[in-house]
Design a protein around this ligand. Structure first.
Ligand SMILES: Nc1ncnc2c1ncn2[C@@H]1O[C@H](COP(=O)(O)OP(=O)(O)OP(=O)(O)O)[C@@H](O)[C@H]1O
Length: 288
């Protein structure tokens, strides 16, 4: 799909690409890196405060990339820049380039609605709308022009199956989503992001507000999404990054300085034989 063109309802409800039948199986292995997000010299500031300085990083299609690093090093800012959530922050200024599927997302022709259809976001705290489970899923579809009830129902069922929630909620779709447990709410939010058939999912600490059991269920779900979607996940849980990610990007911030990318590579490399001493110190717990 051309990211500069407005999204059409047909593109969302067409059968090509995207949805699976039945429970989601683990996707294809991430072994042939092809950049889908290219970040070049990204600098980001909020007024006088520079949060990121000249970050250059490729994110590979179908892989899980974990963003790790201490608090305040700019991980969330980096994530927010990719689907232009930073547009909503009045004093946020961005320099450099971000290309998604080869298209610069900050050109004047770039269509933010199309970008956000392609690049979904899941937040730290589950954020279901205070509406029924069914309405949580139909609302984004209606906003993007999918209005036929039968299509909405089919897509809703499929995404609930994909996140392993269908059996748990199929008999209460018209009850409030706020009555779901925290882990169920987070899986519903992931399902809601999937309704629009994104290619990329940005996840900002999606398990950190959940109890260990629910966190394990969501983590397992993220692993199964690998290969079907390109995932960029911020996590402070290094063990989790090691378990689920194919690649890791280590960010660091010196006092009163801007966040920088220190090292990027295969997860195994970053965790077992990092090149930079700072990465080694952070992984070993002696810094950060
Ligand atoms: N809206 C904002 N206005 C001003 N400064 C901000 C804003 N959002 C973030 N910052 C600052 O930018 C820097 C980077 O913040 P960011 O949230 O991106 O870091 P982070 O690595 O995700 O941190 P954490 O792991 O604690 O979530 C921090 O110094 C933060 O205080």
């Amino acid at each position: 799909m051309n990211p500069n063109k407005p999204v059409t309802a047909q593109a969302i409800s067409s059968k090509e690409g995207g949805f699976t039948l039945g429970p989601l199986q683990m996707g294809p292995a991430c072994c042939d890196p092809e950049p889908v997000i290219e970040v070049e010299n990204l600098s980001l500031r909020y007024g006088d405060k520079t949060a990121l300085d000249k970050v250059t990083l490729d994110i590979y299609r179908g892989c899980i990339t974990a963003l790790i690093g201490p608090s305040g090093c700019g991980k969330t800012s980096f994530l927010s820049a990719i689907n232009r959530l930073t547009d909503l922050i009045p004093n946020c200024v961005i320099g450099g380039h971000i290309r998604v599927d080869g298209q610069d997302i900050h050109t004047t022709e770039s269509n933010v609605q199309a970008l956000r259809q392609k690049v979904g976001m899941v937040f730290q705290k589950p954020t279901p709308f205070p509406l029924s489970i069914r309405r949580n899923l139909s609302l984004p579809l209606c906003e993007y022009g999918v209005t036929r009830r039968s299509e909405i129902d089919a897509i809703s069922e499929q995404v609930l199956r994909d996140v392993g929630l269908w059996d748990e909620v199929c008999d209460r779709l018209d009850t409030t989503a706020l009555a779901l447990s925290g882990g169920q709410q987070q899986r519903l939010c992931i399902a809601r992001a999937l309704t629009l058939r994104p290619k990329i999912l940005l996840m900002d600490e999606p398990c950190s507000a959940l109890d260990p059991m629910a966190s394990g269920v969501v983590e397992d779900l993220i692993s199964r999404l690998q290969g079907h979607y390109t995932i960029v996940i911020v996590t402070h849980n290094l063990a989790q990054a090691r378990r689920i990610a194919n690649y890791a990007a280590f960010f660091w911030v010196k006092e009163r300085a801007a966040g920088q990318l220190i090292e990027f590579g295969r997860c195994q490399h970053i965790f077992e034989s990092p090149t930079d001493p700072l990465t080694a110190a952070y992984i070993n717990g002696t810094r950060g």
